[in-house]
Design a protein around this ligand. Structure first.
Ligand code: ATP
Ligand code: MG
Length: 297
């Protein structure tokens, strides 16, 4: 069945990205709360139709680590995309000063399983792995969203704005500057995964704008500098080594998803029965609410 705008009650805004706005909505016929993303594109109807058709494969992306897709439609020059509402939002606003190691292990495990599922079952490379695209709910589940399934959509969202936080692997940064678009492989996602782990563990993006006078200096550090590491005081050698396996500068030296799942850090994570993800989400949300209050005052 197809969804359309008349079926929705629009509620509060959940966030804004470079390409659109995400709102909480109620799907009235089913009474299901959803998240609806609006992407404005200056395209003709044929191209918009092609995007809606390409997005259809998302109906097959059903896994515990993937945000569920409910459907998409377009009105005038906007694509509307409906997905599972994740009631604790994205990881970028939940990590505080850095998450404890057991929680980092759970997040890492979920992300790897999600990425491996996309690749093995659907032959999809994510292409935009970063904390804002990792969503959390109060049940303590961690799920991925915003992976690249539509060639037409990717082309239309001209990635001119890389922003001040790049999760792009060194070979992609180099490739872009050489206008070489054929360099994206699954190992580029592994780099972005490692960088996301560092941000969540450190509590901040590891190439902070304060340190680099401009985006060029920052990208140069990613390409030519040593990769960042998890802090020694806070994390075990196993955790630190796991992240190191993701952040090898040469793509061919990075671990595969199977290697990452087989690593002692994630083996230990799977053996543990006592990681309190629900408790962690509750505390992280309280912390986020306090920060919001301070920002308001
Ligand atoms: P970019 O535009 O660079 O991809 P982004 O991922 O932050 O950045 P969006 O994908 O437009 O941009 O999402 C905006 C914000 O909306 C996210 O940061 C997230 O906090 C929130 N959000 C997105 N999808 C959901 C969802 N399904 N449930 C709850 N919150 C969501
Ligand atoms: Mg996103």
């Amino acid at each position: 069945f197809a969804i359309n705008m008349e079926q929705f009650q629009l509620n509060e805004e959940l966030g804004k990205g470079n390409y659109g706005t995400v709102k909480k909505v109620l799907h009235k016929p089913t009474k299901v709360a959803m998240a609806m993303k609006e992407i404005r594109l200056e395209l003709d109807d044929a191209k918009l139709n092609a995007i809606i058709m390409e997005l259809d494969i998302l109906h097959r992306a059903v896994a515990p680590e993937i945000v569920e897709f409910y459907g998409a439609f377009f009105i005038e020059s906007c694509v509307y995309y409906c997905m599972e509402y994740m009631d604790a939002g994205s990881l970028d606003k939940l990590h505080g000063a850095g998450v404890p190691e057991d929680v980092l292990g759970r997040i890492a495990g979920s992300m790897v399983r999600g990425l491996k599922f996309l690749k093995d079952e659907l032959q999809i490379i994510h292409r935009d792995v970063k904390p804002t695209n990792v969503l959390v709910n109060k049940k303590g589940e961690i799920k991925l969203c915003d992976f690249g399934v539509s060639g037409q959509l990717e082309k239309s969202l001209a990635k001119t704005n890389i922003g001040c936080q790049s999760y792009m692997a060194p070979e992609r940064i180099k490739g872009e500057s050489q206008n070489n678009l054929g360099t994206y492989t699954v190992s580029s996602d592994v780099w972005s995964l490692g960088l996301s782990m560092i941000e969540i563990g450190l509590g901040q993006y590891p190439y902070p704008p304060e340190t680099y006078s401009n985006v060029f200096a920052q990208l140069t550090a990613i390409v030519h500098g040593d990769p960042p590491e998890l802090p020694e005081e806070k994390y075990s050698e196993e955790a630190r080594d796991w992240v190191r396996q993701c952040l090898a500068k040469k793509p061919e030296d990075r671990a595969s998803y199977a290697d990452l799942l087989d690593h002692p850090f994630l083996k230990r994570d799977r053996a543990r029965k006592d990681v309190d993800m629900v408790g962690w989400v509750r505390i992280a949300l309280e912390h986020r609410a306090k920060l919001a209050e301070v920002a308001q005052a």
